[in-house]
Design a protein around this ligand. Structure first.
Ligand SMILES: [Cu+2]
Length: 385
């Protein structure tokens, strides 16, 4: 291609990129950031209202001090300059001035610290909660376990639902691009939700700006925080602690619903979980396991091993892998226990899901072992049999 061709092609890409940028810049994201938003997220909790108020109060005080100090300074520089014949006064050690310039700043600091401390203390007060939810950060998704209050026993993983095609500009991007998940956290409006955060691999951070909540999720530790949403609706946030290659792809969506809708959701979710819980003795066909395994793979493994099983960088290819095509016991081990950057899956996804995804990897792409792994195999492997 000649230079002219290259230039026109480059400008075509440039215009195309610009076009899509404009198409997306035009809409606010429901529950997420708005177009040209400069201020904090609109508050959906009382804590966030207080944070807004503190922010503006302090910003205004700082702006007034700035204007006052620089006003006097520039006024003095201009009005009393040497070329106008100003003579400098000579004085020092004025006790009155020293008292004034100590007491006034002290009062300002106390005036800002008191309400700020009140809010910080309130943010940490997780007592008397109605519902407790444990949230676990994984590379790269969130797990939610409802452990106390209405809905206890519910447990699920929440993975970003934006498609790879949309990320790679091969499909249109939705209005909630990168901020949408398959399973949203659902909570009732007006109830105090205590959130316990922890992590499985590296440090993540659970955040919903509209709630005024940001809490690190640290492996081996539990931290807690809380929120009480005042408004029904969806609220979006993102993992806020750099946690690896797909850090940008583990959004958080909280769906705040009415008490009635919450009760309905709890019933449905429990039914769904009952249906999904595996009878470990059930024997599945190859096609059943492959179909289920493909879903498990897309949700849990494709981020590292890629959808085509070819791997990338330090993530090994599963297509043609010696482990996947070799003796099953080696693969049980790595799936159940993990290995270096390969996460441990036992207890994270169900034994049935592990069996299905193992069957899938052994029969996907160029791998054609024809072997079916049953839930029972994983149960036995876990028991060391
Ligand atoms: Cu993260």
């Amino acid at each position: 291609m000649n230079l002219f061709g290259k230039v026109t092609r480059a400008s075509f890409y440039f215009v195309a990129a610009f076009d899509t940028a404009i198409a997306h810049a035009a809409e606010n994201m429901p529950g997420g950031p708005a177009v040209n938003q400069l201020n904090f997220a609109a508050p959906a909790t009382k804590i966030m209202q207080e944070i807004h108020w503190l922010h503006w109060m302090m910003l205004i005080i700082c702006a007034l001090i700035f204007i006052g100090v620089f006003g006097v300074m520039f006024y003095s520089i201009l009005k009393y300059r040497k070329s106008l014949g100003a003579k400098s006064a000579s004085f020092h050690e004025s006790t009155t001035v020293e008292i004034i310039w100590t007491v006034i700043p002290l009062l300002i600091v106390i005036g800002m610290a008191l309400p700020a401390t009140k809010t910080v203390v309130a943010m940490k007060d997780t007592t008397n909660s109605d519902i407790t939810i444990k949230t676990t950060g994984y590379q790269w998704k969130w797990g939610y376990d409802y452990i106390k209050g209405e809905g206890d026993g519910i447990s699920f993983l929440s993975t970003m639902s934006t498609s790879r095609e949309a990320i790679n500009n091969l499909a249109p991007k939705s209005n909630t691009y990168l901020m949408e998940v398959d399973n949203e956290m659902v909570v009732p409006v007006g109830k105090k939700i205590r959130l316990i955060t922890t992590a499985n691999d590296v440090i993540h951070s659970w955040t919903i700006p509209a709630f005024g909540v940001k809490q690190d999720a640290i492996p081996g530790f539990v931290r807690d925080t809380w929120f009480r949403a005042d408004t029904i609706g969806k609220f979006r946030g993102q993992c806020s602690e750099l946690c690896g290659a797909e850090h940008a792809f583990m959004p958080i969506v909280v769906n705040v619903v009415s008490q009635d809708d919450y009760t309905k959701w709890v019933e449905e979710k429990k039914k769904e979980m009952g249906a999904a819980s595996d009878d470990p003795t059930k024997v599945y066909t190859l096609d059943e396991q492959k179909e289920r395994g493909a879903k498990v793979y897309a949700a849990n493994c494709a981020a590292c091993h890629r959808p085509n099983g070819k791997g990338a960088g330090t993530f090994p290819a599963l297509d043609g892998s010696k482990v996947v095509l070799g003796p099953k016991v080696a693969q049980y081990n790595i799936l159940i226990n993990g290995k270096s950057a390969m996460p441990k899956w036992a207890g994270v996804i169900s034994d049935g899901d592990i069996a299905a995804v193992m069957t899938y990897t052994r029969n996907a792409w160029g791998n054609k072992t024809g072997e079916i792994i049953q839930t029972q195999n994983i149960v036995s492997a876990r028991a060391g049999k």
